[in-house]
Design a protein around this ligand. Structure first.
Ligand SMILES: Nc1nc2c(ncn2[C@@H]2O[C@H](COP(=O)(O)OP(=O)(O)OP(=O)(O)O)[C@@H](O)[C@H]2O)c(=O)[nH]1
Length: 327
């Protein structure tokens, strides 16, 4: 017995990715599930990994035996990717030997169905695992999301940052951190009141979240009006481009702030990067970002300070000439 809705989502909202090299098998699974969930199909392990870079399905139905990259390898690769590690995988296998079943569990699946697929078993397994996933996603939002802004909170940072660091070290890829702070926010509260202050924080947070395009990029509220953007796999140049875009987008919101020298709500930001060959700790990188933020504040606000820009361009002030409007 399942409840219809968990955390505002129903089964009909959920997406299932079908991975199978045989068009006929994909069609069978799609047809059996079409009235239960939304199905998307790809025909190889590589395509499944590519798909999951840009989308987060609620469940994957994975054929075990595929050329090039079989279901076991594909699942192992997904498990090693932080943005994909929680996607439940059900194997669809033609072999039900004890050895094959053990291999499926060892690869990190949550369940398996045997071909030829029993329609009733398939639907019920899919429903059961999706319900479980919806519940755990909902609990995660309660634990890890900041209620006011919808950004991640400090619990999330404490639990996930060390894992993101380990992953970037393992993949020899850079990890960029940008700390943002709303300028003169005390004056904003004093002038417009705390309710408008809350609404401003929500709007800034939502705007930043919407501008982060990669699933691995994360926004964390680390203090009252202070946010951290984590950009895994992003080098200095890329991080500068993202941070400048975020500052500009918030500037262009034109949230009126008459006590600010810019007449509107602006952000200051400090950037720091942990490159693949750095032996800096992540705490040290956070401290660097914080120092750069301080430097952005003391040199006029509404700007990014970054170590990766040439010294002539180290600070970039944001601006445009659009008219202002209120929150
Ligand atoms: N409305 C509202 N205000 C908050 C919240 N959290 C923190 N603040 C306020 O944010 C203000 C931060 O003030 P300061 O640390 O002095 O910084 P600032 O006024 O932004 O000045 P600069 O950072 O130097 O530009 C304080 O007045 C806090 O009360 C919140 O959730 N809602």
């Amino acid at each position: 017995m399942y409840i219809d809705q968990v955390g505002g989502r129903t089964l009909a909202d959920c997406n299932v990715l079908i991975v199978d090299d045989q068009a006929s098998s994909r069609l069978v699974l799609e047809t059996l599930l079409e009235e239960t969930v939304n199905c998307f199909s790809v025909d190889s392990g590589k395509q499944a990994i590519e798909y999951c870079k840009h989308n987060t399905p609620d469940l994957i139905l994975m054929d075990v035996s595929m050329p090039e990259m079989d279901g076991h390898h594909t699942t192992a690769q997904l498990r090693a990717t932080p943005s994909c590690e929680h996607i439940p995988v059900i194997f669809v296998t033609s072999s039900s030997t004890e050895e094959e079943e053990s291999r499926c569990w060892a690869s990190g699946c949550v369940d398996f169905v045997v071909k030829p697929v029993n329609a009733c078993t398939l639907r019920n397994r899919v429903k059961s695992h999706i319900h479980h996933k919806l519940r755990s996603d909902f609990l995660e939002t309660l634990i890890y999301l900041d209620k006011l802004t919808g950004a991640y909170n400090r619990h999330y940072l404490d639990d996930f940052l060390p894992r993101l660091v380990r992953d970037s070290e393992r993949n020899a890829s850079p990890l960029s951190l940008v700390i943002f702070d709303v300028d003169h926010f005390k004056l904003f509260n004093d002038m417009y009141g705390h309710l408008d202050g809350d609404s401003c924080l929500w709007k800034v947070s939502k705007t930043i979240s919407d501008e982060l395009l990669r699933p691995m990029d994360k926004l964390v509220r680390i203090g009252g009006e202070e946010f951290l953007v984590i950009l895994p796999g992003t080098d200095g140049e890329g991080a500068v481009a993202v941070a400048e875009r975020l500052l500009q987008t918030v500037y262009d919101l034109n949230i009126i702030h008459s006590s600010s020298e810019y007449g509107r709500v602006t952000l200051s930001a400090g950037l720091a990067i942990k490159n693949a060959n750095d032996d800096k700790t992540i705490d040290f990188v956070m401290l660097e970002a914080d120092k750069n933020l301080y430097s952005a504040k003391t040199s006029g606000r509404n700007r990014l300070v970054s170590p990766s820009l040439s010294s002539a361009k180290k600070e970039k002030t944001i601006g445009s000439s659009q008219p202002q409007k209120t929150v």
